[in-house]
Design a protein around this ligand. Sequence first.
Ligand code: PEP
Ligand code: MN
Length: 340
Amino acid sequence: MRTASTQQEIDGVQQRIKSHGLSPHLSPGTERTIIGVLGQIFPELKDELERLPGVAEVVRISKPYKLSTREFREEDTTIAVGSVVIGGIKPVIMAGPCAIEDENQLMATAKVVKEEGAEILRAGAFKPRTSPYSFRGLGVQGLKLLAKASKTFDLPVVTEVMSSEDVGMVSSYADILQVGTRNAHNFNLLDAVGKVDKPVLLKRGFSSSYEEWLLAAEYILSGGNSQVILCERGIRTFEQYTRFTVDLAAVPVIKKLSHLPIIVDPSHSTGSWDLVTPISLAAIAAGSHGIIVDVHPNPTVAKCDGAQALTFENFRTLSTQIRSIAEALKAIPTEPGKSG
Ligand code: PEP
Ligand code: MN
């Protein structure tokens, strides 16, 4: 819409869109209002809408995803979870054990990660394990412990939801709902988390292209939930040395294609604790809005993913180094043409 367009003109455009059985999606920005059109778009629509009063320009977005694109929303989306802002200048550290094992393990980890600068506690109660014989999590009992840790240490929590039937229940404990890599194509689950008023951390499917990943986000956004955080967690390639191959180019590419925040999981991508620090630092240097990292009081006895968990001491070092990188980044120009 034109900068000076009136409310009546904005309403008029929305009505015309609806008259064709399509859905308007309003995005009021600081500069101008953008109206997205969702549905089966016919070619003549562009000309028709361009003739309406108040319309500045009609842009056909050829990409199959719309709501997540920069064309749809120019400014970065920021997501507030309590007083924590995800998607802003300050990188956010989400840390905690891969799985909730017992109260002591969770509380001890939550205490340390909080003291060392983590702003979100991560921990799984429902674990999607490759083998059905592996530890699959404490379920609801784990969520109750998570709520206790959250309250005790004043830390919002992110935890995985594995099925659409569980979305309501997990939402009553979680501040951020996590959709795991194995569920990145579970369209019923994506639809279900699209209908709740909670931010969603959407892991990249381990064989998803950027387009498939953003289309998964589109399910959530088009359901009415605009709070999506993307998470690069490694993809499957021919390389077998690391657990998955972490694709750090995803950070600047996604930031170019989309307004959504993006973070990196250095733990599930590499699978080795000694690779977690270098990959985390590289992720932040590449512009990641944060990291989600596994930390355990005693990784050697962890019931899940111990090989990739950081000890408290290693987490402390990582956290300090992240602060230095974040500090240094302030000097890097983000707008083209300003680098001289
Ligand atoms: C996790 O973060 O606990 C997890 C299982 O991650 P992913 O879905 O990326 O494997
Ligand atoms: Mn894990």
